[in-house]
Design a protein around this ligand. Structure first.
Ligand SMILES: *[C@@H]1O[C@H](CO)[C@@H](O)[C@H](O)[C@H]1NC(C)=O
Ligand SMILES: *[C@@H]1O[C@H](CO)[C@@H](O)[C@H](O)[C@H]1NC(C)=O
Ligand SMILES: *[C@@H]1O[C@H](CO)[C@@H](O)[C@H](O)[C@H]1NC(C)=O
Ligand SMILES: *[C@@H]1O[C@H](CO)[C@@H](O)[C@H](O)[C@H]1NC(C)=O
Ligand SMILES: *[C@@H]1O[C@H](CO)[C@@H](O)[C@H](O)[C@H]1NC(C)=O
Ligand SMILES: *[C@@H]1O[C@H](CO)[C@@H](O)[C@H](O)[C@H]1NC(C)=O
Length: 385
């Protein structure tokens, strides 16, 4: 097995890219994962949802820790009834479509109601539930592709061809997505839906995410949402020190508002959703600026996000109910589970439900057609606080 792995690594380095030739792509490792690495970082992926399963970076003691959520068993992802969209690509139009409909070029299209009164992640047959094709692989990058037939998600018309390339360099994980709709104009909005716990669940004081710090220097404003986490249309400003403020000073404790009377219900569900499940605008950020920093004093790990996207969804795992196991690479003992509010999903994306809010001026960015290309890029750079 070792010889095989060495051979694969040598092949990958020598040939650089096996572009668009599925037969030339090596099989994943015995654990079902593809592994890429560079100094200070190792990332592993599965074709299901083009998902990241493990991400190892150095903590303050120089030990490599796995800072994203997932499962040990790659075969469990498709079976998991919870399907939290673990570090995968939901598409072709992420987040919610209000009331399951949108109007395009004067025609009303109905989409599937799979999240209360709304559509979430395009409904069934969404991209995070499908095995993507691996189309290129090197020692430090991997490309997955998907071909999505017209109307395979109800009301999403026109074939879409898309790919995501994940690459690593020097403690940085880069994500580049591209998509095209060659036949029709159609809504297109993608994200990488990564869940973090920068302590790898090893902090004996708390498994919760609230001890992390968060800084969104360009995100004073956020979208107001209703009880179903659907934007109402209003754009609000978070006053310094209030529950949704992560912009006014660096290193605000993520759980700074845990004792605030607004904390329970801040993300809707008539009080049942505690913490955060909303969208913050990124405004007036210089090109290539760090737009979000998540850090933990316990592990000493800091994660800096750069993105081409105009905003970020933060979801603080209120719906994790303690049923999901944690990976053997994480935690203090094997019985530990993913409890409520013990992680944060950070999703750079365009304005949710922008296709139903022409007043936000996002429809040009969110509706793509023949001759156009959708591009999305983000990177996470890891270091120490
Ligand atoms: C995604 O698609 C799968 C498979 O069709 C379906 O079971 C699931 O409910 C869908 N998820 C969402 C959020 O629509
Ligand atoms: C993977 O490639 C095959 C062969 O081209 C194609 O039939 C299949 O639809 C592709 N899978 C996805 C998810 O696009
Ligand atoms: C889309 O699929 C649904 C059934 O899933 C069908 O009723 C509808 O006619 C289809 N729409 C188009 C434009 O093909
Ligand atoms: C890696 O990143 C560190 C910190 O950003 C930087 O000091 C160093 O020069 C980089 N090394 C290479 C080879 O790019
Ligand atoms: C919340 O209240 C608890 C109990 O009084 C206290 O220990 C904790 O420090 C408070 N947290 C914050 C962020 O204010
Ligand atoms: C959309 O554009 C109009 C006209 O330029 C402008 O008044 C409005 O503020 C813009 N909306 C947003 C959310 O940027």
């Amino acid at each position: 097995m070792r010889t095989f792995a060495v051979l694969l690594a040598a092949l990958a380095e020598a040939t650089a890219v096996f572009a668009c030739d599925p037969v030339a792509i090596p099989e994943p490792g015995p654990d079902g994962r593809y592994t890429i690495s560079a100094p200070g970082i190792k990332a592993q992926f599965i074709p299901y949802g083009a998902s990241l399963t493990n991400l190892f970076v150095a903590d303050k003691n120089g030990k490599d820790i796995d800072v994203v959520l997932g499962y040990d068993d790659a075969a469990y992802y498709p079976k998991d009834p919870g399907h939290p969209v673990y570090n995968s690509i939901p598409g072709r139009y992420v987040n919610r479509i209000g009331k399951g409909q949108y109007t395009l070029d004067g025609e009303v299209h109905k989409t599937e109601l799979n999240d209360g009164d709304n559509t979430l992640h395009s409904g069934t047959n969404n991209w995070s539930f499908r095995d993507w094709n691996v189309t290129a692989l090197t020692a430090d990058s991997i490309t997955f592709a998907i071909s999505d037939a017209s109307n395979s998600s109800l009301g999403m018309l026109g074939r879409v061809e898309s790919s995501v390339t994940y690459s690593v360099t020097n403690s940085t994980w880069r994500i580049q997505m591209t998509a095209a709709s060659p036949d029709n104009r159609t809504p297109l909005m993608l994200t990488q839906h990564t869940y973090f716990n920068l302590d790898a669940y090893k902090n004996p004081a708390t498994p919760l995410i609230w001890d992390h710090t968060l800084y969104l220097p360009y995100s004073k404003r956020y979208l107001e949402a209703d009880q179903g986490a659907l934007p109402t249309g209003k754009i609000l400003t978070a006053d310094p020190g209030t529950i949704n403020d992560f912009a006014s000073k660096p290193s605000v404790q993520f759980g700074h508002a845990v004792n605030d009377s607004l904390f329970h219900g801040n993300c809707g569900a008539n009080g049942a959703c505690e913490g955060y499940n909303g969208y913050w605008l990124i405004e007036d950020a210089p090109k290539d600026a760090v737009v979000l920093s998540l850090a933990s004093a316990f592990s000493g790990v800091k994660a800096d996000l750069r993105t081409t996207q105009p905003g970020i969804v933060l979801y603080s795992c209120s719906w994790m109910d303690g049923s999901a196991a944690i990976k053997s690479t994480q935690g203090l003992d094997k019985s530990q589970k993913v409890v409520k509010s013990s992680c944060v999903a950070i999703e750079a994306q365009d304005y949710p439900d922008g296709i139903n809010h022409p007043e936000w001026n996002r429809t040009t960015a969110q509706i793509l057609g023949p001759g156009q290309t959708y591009d999305w890029e983000s990177s996470w750079t890891f270091g120490l606080v």
